[in-house]
Design a protein around this ligand. Structure first.
Ligand SMILES: Nc1ncnc2c1ncn2[C@@H]1O[C@H](COP(=O)(O)OP(=O)(O)OP(=O)(O)O)[C@@H](O)[C@H]1O
Ligand SMILES: [Mg+2]
Length: 244
């Protein structure tokens, strides 16, 4: 892989039974980018995200992440890889019976030998990184607003200081103000931590203001890969109109 390329998908084919979802999908994501997976409903965005994080197998082709071909990797290597990325799912489920602090601490308890006091300190730091006050630490998910829950889930995704962050529709279900605040947070995290972000989104504001580059999936293929500026210059009217 080219230096600076963190993720490369090559000719990915995905089939569910007789149903083909991706028919030769290729793209590259560079270090430090905020990269979008766009496309209509059912175009295979979430599936592609799940394939990148080893929750779903591809049928043919390859996906290489951080220098490892995730499609052929060993179980042990897969375990090591998983610790290098954080994930925020569309319905970013926090464990409802655990406090916010416990939710954020889980991965550190499982994967590190840090003493409890240090895990707590580090979890509190993650909460402050995502803009949550320390008083939420002892609260339960049901006591938080939608926007705060998303932030808490993001803090949990950041627990192991990942190099990569995967987000599926991070602003869906948020009111406009919380959505824009979440957008800003993602950009700040990238700028301060140098983290690479891959997100599925159909939020026009996010697409316009947050993404550095993106692909548009359609007809089982990548219809477009590039920046918003290059999309505006395309002569393909269908693509140009994709955002409106
Ligand atoms: N495990 C599965 N088994 C069978 N079909 C599946 C499976 N997962 C996804 N699909 C199908 O693959 C297609 C793409 O689904 P996917 O969830 O990736 O779309 P999406 O682009 O994320 O859509 P949305 O914008 O609605 O979230 C859909 O037709 C879906 O029914
Ligand atoms: Mg989806």
């Amino acid at each position: 892989m080219k230096n600076g390329t963190l993720i490369e998908a090559k000719d990915v084919i995905t089939r569910f039974g007789r149903h083909t979802i991706h028919e030769g999908v290729s793209f590259k994501i560079s270090k430090g980018e905020i990269f979008g997976l766009l496309g209509g409903s059912g175009s295979g965005k979430t599936t592609l995200l799940r394939e990148m994080i080893l929750l779903q197998k591809i049928s043919e082709g390859s996906i290489t992440i951080l220098g490892t071909n995730v499609t052929t990797t060993s179980f042990k290597m897969a375990e090591r890889l998983r610790r290098q990325w954080g994930v925020l799912f569309q319905f970013g489920a926090l464990f409802t019976s655990l406090t916010i602090l416990e939710n954020v601490s889980i991965a550190m308890k499982e994967y590190t030998n840090l003493p409890d006091w240090l895990i707590e300190k580090s979890a509190l730091m993650k909460l402050s990184m995502v803009g949550l006050p320390s008083k939420v630490a002892t609260m339960y998910p049901s006591e938080l607003s939608g926007g705060m829950k998303k932030r808490a889930a993001l803090a949990r995704a950041l627990a192991l200081d990942p190099k990569l962050l995967f987000l599926d529709e991070p602003t869906s279900g948020l009111d406009p103000q919380s959505a824009r605040a979440f957008d800003e947070l993602i950009v700040t995290l990238r700028d301060t931590l140098g983290i690479t972000v891959v997100m599925v989104t159909h939020d026009k504001e996010t697409i316009a203001n947050v993404l550095d580059r993106f692909i548009i999936l359609g007809d089982k293929k990548v219809l477009f890969e590039g920046t918003m500026a290059s999309l505006k210059e395309t002569h393909n009217e269908a693509l140009k109109n994709f955002l409106s």
